[in-house]
Design a protein around this ligand. Structure first.
Ligand code: SF4
Ligand code: SF4
Length: 430
């Protein structure tokens, strides 16, 4: 993309903006906004986060350096960034909890809390239960860009969604779609935080939309709810402690002291969102793409443990889950099964774990051995291979073995309503 272009020279900018909004709605986006590509004021925060090592093993975060905060360096010629929000709560979320076909009307937060509290259940982050969102957003953002190109003439553009070199939350905040919550995710008055964000970098100057005010106020429910204390301060996340990072991005062993707090979460974690008062306003998607697949809202750990690699690949075809591969998938399941064995005493778990030992590689073997060490002794009576001496048989004392669910933590911290600083003027309509 090169050469400066001003939309106003060829077409009425306001009319174009109205058209863009209409196309975005047709394509399933709830809201769009426009930000300038000058994100220079975000650079010190990005550098401090990287300097602290909070990105963990996500080397690509550091590799892109300040290009993440400089859209015009990443895509030369960029004059504006269109930020788009797509709500993702599945249409049928919670349906499994009440045995219905359609989850609309179900208290989905209560259904999620019930799943977390059942140690046998496998908890998969809500956003990952349907079709791979990368595919859904990318295709629709591309269509949006093509419609814009048809209206304005030749258009240099590039679309991104959840792409490493883009400061998505920062851009969304500047474009007025959201503010950054204390959990560091984007948060909107009209949609909570259960949405995806995507961007279209364009080489035309669109009028920027106004940022919104932050509405976290004095609330700190997400910080209290985080099982692994990954939100080390408001707006500051140590990804190395975050269950989303550990279960999805992290390749090696899960740190032993974080295994018990992972509970039954095997892919991602929604706790800091489930407790957020603004998610009362989270919206269900109109798109079938995000409908729950493979009973990912109701499946048990033991059911998933029985999958071999071929079944994993078949069942996760077209899903974001497939990206983590069988090794991380089974590593995560082993940890969750260890936690389930400790919490439930279910005698079926230890034999199922032990049966996988002969074929396990070093990483999985160590996690299975840890998991076996969590099971009550009587549950291991028929398990031939017991835990080697170097594997800690008990969870380290500084880690609680009974981790409150997100909703329990929020309730214990006394935050069940909106943050005290959020008044009726700033509340969205229920
Ligand atoms: S996703 Fe889970 S582990 Fe990560 S910050 Fe939120 S609550 Fe903590
Ligand atoms: S839980 Fe509270 S502090 Fe955290 S993001 Fe939501 S409103 Fe902000």
């Amino acid at each position: 993309m090169d050469g400066e272009k001003q939309v106003g020279h060829r077409i009425d900018a306001q009319a174009l903006w109205r058209q863009l909004q209409g196309w975005a709605r047709e394509l399933g986006f709830s809201q769009i906004g426009v930000a300038s590509p000058d994100l220079s004021s975000a650079e010190p925060g990005l550098l401090a986060w990287l300097d602290a090592g909070f990105h963990g093993g996500m080397g690509y975060m550091a590799a892109h350096g300040l290009r993440r905060a400089r859209p015009a360096e990443l895509v030369p010629g960029t004059l504006s960034v269109i930020s788009a929000r797509m709500d993702y709560l599945p249409r049928d979320l919670g349906a499994a909890a009440r045995g219905a076909d359609d989850g609309s009307g179900v208290d989905w937060i209560a259904a999620e809390a019930a799943a977390q509290a059942d140690p046998q259940r496998a908890v998969i982050s809500i956003y990952a239960r349907g079709r791979d969102y990368h595919k859904v957003l990318r295709r629709r953002l591309q269509t949006l860009a093509e419609r814009l190109a048809a209206a304005v003439g030749p258009l240099g553009h590039r679309v991104f969604t959840d792409s490493a070199p883009v400061l998505e939350v920062e851009i969304a905040a500047r474009a007025g779609l959201a503010w950054r919550g204390k959990h560091t995710l984007a948060l909107a008055r009209e949609g909570g935080s259960m949405f995806f964000i995507g961007e279209v970098y364009v080489d035309i100057a669109l009028p920027p939309t106004a940022p919104v005010q932050a509405h976290c106020g004095s609330c700190s429910a997400c910080i209290a709810a985080c099982p692994t204390r990954a939100i080390v301060a408001p707006y500051r996340l140590d990804a190395r402690r975050c269950i989303s990072y550990l279960t999805i991005e992290h390749e090696g062993p899960i740190p032993v002291e974080l295994r018990a707090p992972m509970g039954n979460r095997i892919y991602g974690c929604d706790d800091c969102q489930l407790c957020c008062p603004w998610n009362k306003y989270a919206r269900r998607s109109a798109l079938p793409d995000f409908d729950v697949r493979e009973r990912f809202d109701a499946v048990t750990l033991l059911e998933l443990w029985r999958w071999d690699e071929a079944e994993f690949l078949r069942r996760t075809e077209g899903s974001a889950i497939r990206r983590i591969g069988i090794a991380r998938w089974r590593r995560n399941l082993a940890v969750a099964l260890g936690n389930a064995a400790r919490a439930s005493g279910d005698a079926r778990i230890a034999p199922a774990l032990a049966a996988a030992l002969p074929a396990a590689d070093g990483l999985l073997r160590e996690h299975i051995e840890w998991a076996l060490a969590q099971a009550p002794a009587q549950a291991c009576a028929q398990v031939p291979a017991r835990v080697p001496a170097q594997v800690p048989a008990q969870v380290p004392t500084q880690v609680p073995t009974q981790v409150p669910t997100a909703c329990q933590a929020a309730s214990q911290s006394g935050i069940e309503a909106m943050p005290s600083s959020v008044d009726s003027e700033t509340r969205p309509a229920a």
